[in-house]
Every structure is written in structure tokens, then in C-alpha cells.
Design a protein around this ligand. Structure first.
Ligand code: AMP
Ligand code: MG
Length: 491
């Protein structure tokens, strides 16, 4: 019999129209394929005791006795088109567990069967996308980027039918909350200002308590969400992450990365990089991400207007000011991140331009983003170590000129070269979840039931700032330059 996990149920205390209460649909033959012991421990669980029941609990077959399963209501703009009702069509919230820093975190099963929000879908998930989310979300966490986490992956023992029959699986996702911009839109679209108000209260209590005591709480909430999203997207840009489906329902109020559907990391640097097979217009291309985040936050602002001021003109003007400040917020975080990547401990006016010039050179040479910055760390240590970086460029002359400007800038910085190189190696990962590696690991798991490549890659990605002896090849770009990698939504 599964044990109680110590759940709280703050979401359930919200009005009934916020969710549908229902249990997951049992699966045929649950089998645990991955379990995150360190995360279990951080959630105050006894990993051994939980693991013994993990297959039945985290498939949804036998829930812990203190779970209170719910599917959450939300709406959202998908590729710019508003859908007034989305909601958890294949996910069930079990409750919240308080982590070791005292923060309540949602536990949610994803792929757990149909709900009133399923529309045409089967409520299920395939093993490949479940393992992709497990691997990439935990890699993002190891990179220090705010993200939902993955506690467990369980095979269902049932096929799911996409283009082919695929093994089905259930992911246990852990999140600071599952509040989305689309959650606000759900109530706003219904003219339910009371619902928007209750949701704003809940969001502030859970994520932004300081906003609740601001002169205009809803405006402070908007500004706080803008700040976290600006910081988040800037972090994505530092590692070449392309989310792929930045719909408003996939934009978390907490500022965590959420919904790893068609996401992927860029190898060769190009601002227009798109991986998702359904993103025909390149709406969610790498360099569009900050602008899209601002667009999504504008949708949030619209929902909050009635709470900001009863005079709608005044509400619009206050909200507009906050939304317009997004670009500056993002630029600050981006420049801060780029300074770290370039090894700068001090600040000068021209730093962002220096970074942009390097990016243009990378783009022109189709150079690998991760590897180029990693080689820049070596060049920082000793000018004689510039050769491997220069070799990445067909015509090295423009880069040589850039390196002269960089060294000139470094001469006005405070650190010794060796110290700088160490700091840079803590800002420029040696390894990211490269598409060819992720693909090979998922392929082995799905087609052959072989989890060994997955676990080896997982382990490498847990220490992204250095490659252990024997694991150096994980830092390499794809042999062919990667070609045109395509990803598909996990649906
Ligand atoms: P996503 O693309 O995962 O962000 O999902 C967008 C919407 O489609 C959400 O409302 C999901 O719950 C729903 N959805 C995605 N896949 C399925 C599925 N297999 N069955 C039911 N609903 C789904
Ligand atoms: Mg989603």
C-alpha cells in the first residue's frame, strides 16, 4: 500500500471552477524506468520507501492516500491564436510537497489519462517525449536555469498511437506551481474578474508575497513576473536553448521553464534557429524568444487590467509602462550573462556590443555556440591557446581582430588570466543536451528498451561545467554539423 507523502492542497482550496477533480486512469503494467533520488530527498521524501511504490504511485494506479487529484483549467494563445479552453488534458495534480527550503512544489502526473480538458486527445504520453522532458529539465536544473523538475518516469505497459504505436509512459513533474499566463486568460476570457482576482491572490501568496503589500498589487505582480521571465529567457539565450512552443499556456507565472515539447539546443550559432516541425513561420525561433516573452506578458497584463485600476485608461497606461520596461530588463540580464561568458568582472558601456560582435562572427562561420565559448575560456588563460578557437573559423582574420579588442577590454578588467578562465568555465558549459546525443539515447530506450545510453548522458549532463575523463566526446558537436534537426510536439 503506498504511503502518504505529506501533501498539502492549496489549489484545491480555490473555487471549484478552477479545476476538475478526478483520478488518473490506471495503466496496464506500470514499470519504473527512471527515479530522481536527490529530488525525492529534497522534497522531504524517503527515496527508498518511495521507490518501492514508485511504479504504482507514479503511474497513477494506486495514489498515495493523501493525494487529491485535480486537472487544472487554463486557456492560452497557441501560435498567436486564442483558445479559450485548454487545461490539463493529460495531466493530474496530486498536491504540493514542501521542499527542503520550505517552498511548496506541485507534484503532477503527465500522461495520466483523459480529463474533461482532453478535447480530442488520448490523455497519454509516449516514452520518447517523457524521457526527453526528464533529461532536458534535469540538465537545465544542473545548468542553474529555473525549471520544472522530473521525479519519475514510468512505462505504462500500453501503446500510445501517434504516427506509429509507441510505448506509453507517465512523467512525474515537480513545479513551483502550474500557474500559467493561460490560467489568467481562462478567467479573463469569461469576464470572471473575481476569478482573476482570486488567482492573482494565490499567485502572489505562492510566488511574490512582496507584491501583495505594494500600492497596486496586481501591477507589482505583473512587474515581478516580467522580471522573472526576462531573467529566464536571458538564461536560455546563454546556452542556446530554443523552447520551441512559447504559447501563453506554456509560460509559467513562477518564472520556471515549463513544457519541454519540441525544445532543443542549438549547435551552430544562428539567431533564426527553429527545430519544431510545426513552427512554420519561425515564430519561436531562438532570437525571437525575448520578444515572444514580452508578447505573452502583454496578454497577462490585459487579464490584470481590471485589478490594476477601475479607470481603464489609467490601468492601460500603468500596465503599458511595465510591459515596455521588459526590453530593458531583458537587456540587463542578457548583458550580465554575456559579461560572465566573456570573463568580465567589471562593467563597461561597450560590453554588450563586444558580445554581439562575437555572435555575428559565430553566425558567419556557422561555428558551434557551446564549443566556441568553451574554447574562449582556454584563450583567456593563455593567448597561445587561441589556436583551437581560431581553427573553428574558415577565415580567422575577423576573429583575430575581435580577440585584440577583447584582450584590450580584459586589460581594464580586474582578474588574473587563470582566475578569469576558471570563472568563465563556470559560465560556459562544456556540455549541453546536444540533439544527436538526446536522439540516440531516446532511440535506444524506445526502440530497444536499452536505458544505458540515457543514463550515461543523464549523468554527464548533471555536471555540465566540466567533462569527466573518458567523457570528452559528449562535448563535441554533431559529426555532420547536425544537419536540419527536427522536433515534434509530444502530443
Ligand atoms: P502542450 O502542447 O503539451 O503544451 O499541450 C497543449 C494542450 O493540449 C494542453 O491543454 C494539453 O493538456 C493538451 N494535450 C496535449 N497532448 C494531449 C493528449 N495526448 N491528450 C489530451 N490532451 C492533450
Ligand atoms: Mg502546455
Amino acid at each position: 500500500m503506498p504511503l502518504p507523502l505529506g501533501f498539502q492542497h492549496s489549489y484545491r482550496a480555490l473555487p471549484e471552477r478552477f479545476y476538475a477533480a478526478l483520478p488518473p486512469t490506471p495503466v496496464r503494467e506500470p514499470r519504473l524506468v527512471a527515479f530522481n533520488r536527490p529530488l525525492a530527498r529534497d522534497l522531504g521524501l524517503d527515496p527508498g520507501a518511495v521507490e518501492a511504490h514508485a511504479a504504482e504511485m507514479f503511474s497513477g494506479n494506486r495514489l498515495p492516500p493523501d493525494a487529491s487529484p485535480l486537472a487544472l483549467a487554463y486557456a492560452g494563445h497557441q501560435f498567436g491564436h486564442f483558445v479559450p479552453q485548454l487545461g490539463d488534458g493529460r495531466a493530474i495534480l496530486l498536491g504540493e510537497l514542501v521542499d527542503s527550503s520550505g517552498v511548496p512544489r506541485d507534484l503532477q502526473l503527465k500522461g495520466s489519462g483523459r480529463t474533461p480538458f482532453s478535447r480530442g486527445g488520448d490523455g497519454r504520453a509516449a516514452l520518447g517525449p517523457v524521457l526527453r522532458e526528464y533529461l532536458v529539465s534535469e540538465a537545465m536544473h544542473a545548468l542553474g536555469i529555473p525549471t520544472t523538475r522530473s521525479l519519475a518516469a514510468v512505462l505504462s505497459g500500453e501503446p500510445v498511437f501517434r504516427d506509429d504505436a509507441l510505448p506509453g509512459a507517465v512523467l512525474t513533474r515537480v513545479a513551483a506551481s502550474h500557474l500559467r499566463v493561460g490560467t489568467f486568460q481562462y478567467f479573463a476570457a469569461r469576464g470572471d474578474t473575481e476569478g482573476v482576482g482570486a488567482l492573482a491572490q494565490y499567485a502572489m501568496a505562492r510566488h511574490y508575497p512582496e507584491a501583495a503589500s505594494a500600492p497596486i498589487p496586481a501591477l507589482a505582480l505583473l512587474a515581478a513576473v516580467c522580471e522573472r521571465q526576462a531573467a529566464l529567457v536571458a538564461r536560455w539565450m546563454m546556452v542556446g536553448f530554443v523552447h520551441g512552443v512559447m504559447n501563453t499556456d506554456n509560460t509559467a507565472i513562477s518564472g520556471e521553464t515549463i513544457d519541454y515539447g519540441p525544445c532543443a539546443f542549438m549547435d551552430a550559432y544562428h539567431p533564426e534557429t527553429v527545430f519544431s516541425s510545426i513552427d512554420h513561420q519561425g515564430r519561436y525561433a531562438f532570437a525571437n524568444q525575448p520578444g515572444i516573452a514580452q508578447w505573452n506578458l502583454t496578454r497577462l497584463a490585459e487579464c490584470l487590467l481590471p485589478l490594476i485600476d477601475p479607470d481603464s485608461d489609467r490601468a492601460v497606461s500603468l500596465a503599458t509602462e511595465v510591459i515596455e520596461a521588459f526590453a530593458g530588463r531583458f537587456q540587463r540580464h542578457w548583458t550580465h550573462g554575456m559579461r560572465a561568458k566573456l570573463g568580465l568582472a567589471t562593467q563597461e558601456e561597450g560590453d554588450a556590443a563586444l558580445a554581439s560582435e562575437l555572435l555575428e562572427l559565430l553566425q558567419g562561420a556557422q561555428a558551434d555556440y557551446t564549443l566556441a565559448f568553451r574554447r574562449l575560456c582556454d584563450a583567456a588563460e593563455d593567448t597561445r591557446s587561441q589556436a583551437p578557437l581560431l581553427r573553428m573559423f574558415g577565415d580567422a582574420a575577423p576573429l583575430e581582430q575581435w580577440l585584440v579588442r577583447w584582450h584590450d577590454r580584459l586589460s581594464r578588467d580586474t582578474r588574473y588570466p587563470a582566475e578569469r578562465a576558471v570563472a568563465m568555465r563556470g559560465a560556459n558549459p562544456a556540455v549541453i543536451p546536444r540533439n544527436h546525443r538526446v536522439e540516440a539515447a531516446l532511440q535506444a530506450a524506445v526502440a530497444e528498451g536499452d536505458m544505458a545510453p540515457f543514463f550515461e548522458l543523464f549523468e554527464v549532463l548533471q555536471s555540465p561545467w566540466a567533462l569527466a575523463p573518458g567523457r570528452e566526446a559528449y562535448g563535441d558537436p554533431p559529426p555532420s554539423g547536425g544537419g536540419r534537426y527536427r522536433t515534434f510536439c509530444g502530443t
